[in-house]
Design a protein around this ligand. Sequence first.
Ligand SMILES: Cc1ncc(COP(=O)(O)O)c(C=O)c1O
Length: 426
Amino acid sequence: MTTPDWQRKGYPHIWMPYSQMATSVMPVPVVLTEGVYIELADGRRIIDGLASWWSACHGYNHPHIAAAVKKQLAEMPHVMFGGVNHEPAMTLARRLAQMAPGALNRVFFSDSGSVSVEVAMKMAVQYWLNRGVQGRHKFVTFQHGYHGDTTGAMSLCDPITSMHSHFDGFLLKQLPQVIPETDEQFAAFDQFLATHSRETAAVIIEPLVQGAGGMRFHPPSCLARIAQLCQERKLLLIADEIATGFGRTGSMFACEQADVVPDIMCLSKALTGGTMGLAVTLATDDLFAAFQSDQIEHALMHGPTFMANPLACAAANASLDLFESEPRLAQANRLEADLFASLAPCRTMPGVVDVRTKGAVAAVEVEQLHHLDWLRQRFLERGVWLRPFANAIYVTPALTMTPTEVSVLTSRMVNVIGEWAELPNE
Ligand SMILES: Cc1ncc(COP(=O)(O)O)c(C=O)c1O
């Protein structure tokens, strides 16, 4: 791969994410995006299986979003949100409240998924304090969970398997549990909730699909039962729909498939159609009511500088237009069937444990992800952009990916995984 001048000069000054900078290979220089394609500096166009960490749900550079951002840029790229507000944010808040399940009617803006989780944590802890209940500072979390890289969010991730385990002594201690599936596990989970309810601020879950923890799925019935137990034990439930929201699992929000209305819901990633950073934390009327009084101490003291950025809100409103005018959910459901069928040949390959799909998410789970650099390089050589990690070679394409494009992506994947499966284990 050729190294453009800007990369050669800039690389000595950059610190890349999730990378051992001493040994990692040079990042891939990208110059353009379009639809489901990424164009590299050497002129190659590769097909993107990840939609930029699940965010570019309409494909890249959708003209409707681009036009809305351009218009907003000319009028007002940014204004602070303290003491003032603006049409793009008000319209977006109203539309999100209308779309979200149940009485999730209040929208708090922030600028990234992790920060929206921090806000959710503060809302939950302060909800109890404002109601005069002391001592509820902990969160019931789930094995293989991932909620972000800021310190509060890190404490909610799987304490053992997550990439944050070496911060053990630094992070808040939470109450990790296995996601219950059997009657026996549910009985034990309920007992756990009963024992810890007086110190618990909320239960937090990635509904239906745990993403960065290894693309693990649980059925809607399981989510519904967890929500039911939270209700019975009078515990708040936070749904982290940062990855699952906006059609990714085949419904607008994953919670809908289980008829669950959480007390708090976090959204980001595809909120702006993957155009720029924006996140929201939605709260129910009941939760919001606990912050109403004549005392400032009962207010939510949070306010990121770039919260509700008008450009990002304009992009998000345009993205919601597309969900209304184009068949995104049908496309996500068709992707589930297409990905399931076309990745089936991987099932019988040596070292492959499972091939699963849920909406527009597919994962080929392997016993051990050996020869990782080789695998990533080979995908690239075959014109495919994928970033396998943990034990999963996963795909989260744009919801707009056509059947032909899916077939190109998955046939190349099947070939490369087939070659990889024959390599001697390291
Ligand atoms: C479920 C979930 N929660 C939170 C986050 C953190 O979001 P961000 O990377 O925007 O901070 C992610 C990111 O992958 C996620 O998948």
